[in-house]
Each structure stands twice: as C-alpha cells, then as structure tokens.
Design a protein. Sequence first.
Length: 317
Amino acid sequence: MTKLLTSPKCAAALLKAGKLVAFGTETVYGLGADACNGAAVAGIYAAKGRPSFNPLICHFASADLAYHYVTLTPLAEKLAAKFWPGPLTLVLPKSPNCPVSQLASAGLPTLAVRVPSHPVALALLREFAGPVAAPSANRSGRISPTSAAHVLADMEGLIEAVLDSGPCAVGLESTILDLSGPYPVLLRPGGVSLEALEAEIGPITRATESGDAPKAPGMLLSHYAPSLPVRLNATQVAPGEALLAFGPPLPGATLSFQLSAACNLQEAAANLFEGLHVLDEEAAKHGLKRIAAMPIPAHGLGLAINDRLARAAAPRH
Ligand code: TXA
Ligand code: MG
C-alpha cells in the first residue's frame, strides 16, 4: 500500500533508503528517487512503465547545490539567478565525476537540473541534501498529476509514499531549455514563458520535432494522453463530446470543465490537467466519447497549454 505522508523529513528518510516517493512541486507532482542510486532510479522507470531512453530531471534545494553536478555557463547563471526557484529546467553538461546514476540521465553527457519553488518540495530537498530524480508522477503516457489524489489514483501500490503538498500552483511542467550546445534551444515550453526567457537572453531556437532519436524524449508526440480522444480548436460541440472550455463556453455541452472563465492563461494552465482528469472520469458516466477543447491563444503560457493539448490529441501508438 502506498503511504500518504505530510512530513518532508519522513519522505526524505524514505528517499535515502532507496524508496520511491512522490512529492508536489509548483508545476506537477514528481515521482522522486535518489538520483545517485541506480536501483532506486530503475524503480522509477519500472513504476512508470517509461521507455528507458527517457532521461529524468534532477531536483535540488538550491542553485549552489545544483552547480556541483553540472558545468555552469554564463547564460545558465543568469537564468538561474532570475528564475530559480521556479518552473525552469536547464540542460547543462554534467560536471566531471558527476555521481548521478547513468540511468537517470539515460547515458547522456548532459543533466537536466531544476530548483522548484514549492515550499514542501524545498523542505524535502533540503532535508535530502542531494539530487532527487523525478519525472512527473504518472504512468507513462498518462496525464501529469496536480494533486496527491491524482498520484494515488494512477500509482497506488506501485510506489512507497506520496508527500501531500497540496495542489500545484502552476499546474504545467517546467520549461526545459538546453544550454549544453552553442546556442540555447527550447526543448519543452512550460511554466516560464518563452517571452520571459527571451527578455533575459535574447532569441531562443525552438526544438523541431524530428523523428530522430529523442534529444528531449518528452517531446514524444503522443504524451499527456487522457483515455478519451481530444479534438482541438473546437468552435462547436458535436454530439458525444465533453467540452474543455476557455472563456464563455460553447453551447450544447452536457458536460464541461472551465479552464478560465476570464480567459486568464495562468489560471487555465493551473487547471489544465485537472480538467482533463475530470472530463476523462466523468465522460463515461454521461455516455460521452470525446473531449472538444476550445481554442487557446498561443502567447505566454498559451504556448505550453497548446503544446500539452496537441500531445493529448495526437494519434495513439
Ligand atoms: O515540471 C517538471 O519538469 C516536472 C516536475 C516533477 O519537476 N517533471 C517533469 O519530468 O515533467 P518528466 O520526466 O515528465 O519530463 C522531463 C523531460 C523529458 O522530456 C526528458 O526527455 C527531458 O526532460 N530531459 C531530461 N534530461 C534531459 C537531458 N539531459 N537532455 C534533454 N532532455 C532531457
Ligand atoms: Mg511527464
């Protein structure tokens, strides 16, 4: 049985013992393991059913701690000073003799590092005092969890414990920026907008979705999938559809979830995964077979929201 914890200290002790513990961050709940313990990290891949080539983000209590594990660049220092703690992940070359398990970085010469801002996550990371590898705490291909209840619904019995940290304020995964090459590349839009990053460091290249071996395998197209199919940019509700609304809802839906009545992108981001979870669960009771998502503007956090919706709508493998 998976334990529901409230003490970061207990959670850190379990991590030190090589167990898997899910914990809340400001983005989504992460499934944590000691990043330097290969067996514990293997447990993450097993519990998630995740393809083993998909590397994990290492979480730290502070930028200074993170800097022991990667090779810093001036851009990284600038962005860390501005956005950490917060929903930004930086991919950097590993430091020489980096003790993080090869499995956590999927054998890459780089490491993805982040300092979250959630106070419970920070308390856990301070207590643990080392890198905690943590992908989102859902089984591979499922919607990311934004509450302890979501984690339990998906992973009960598969992990040791969940540290209840309340809801996730941002509600979307971190923005991932690759700073390991000659110029910065956006690997995944997320909780820090592209505009905010570009305001600090100038133009940023966006990773193209090539079919090549995954550089950011989280870019796998069918990802974040609810069990129902999703139709994007809906301007009317068809029979058999539940509505994911943004702003004044389209008429005719028997079941709908409002992302933000006032068309606030931050509010919509925070509600997105909750909305997909709720519609997925409730649709069957209403005999509905598909989710129709209203259009979301493509600026600010809208870039990340549209990215997740496009993945939810992608053909399944
Ligand atoms: O907000 C978040 O980022 C959440 C919370 C728990 O921190 N974590 C999260 O992890 O979304 P995950 O595993 O679902 O997504 C991590 C992404 C994957 O797409 C992975 O491919 C990419 O980070 N990644 C990790 N290490 C990388 C590396 N060295 N180079 C390129 N991409 C990397
Ligand atoms: Mg994920």
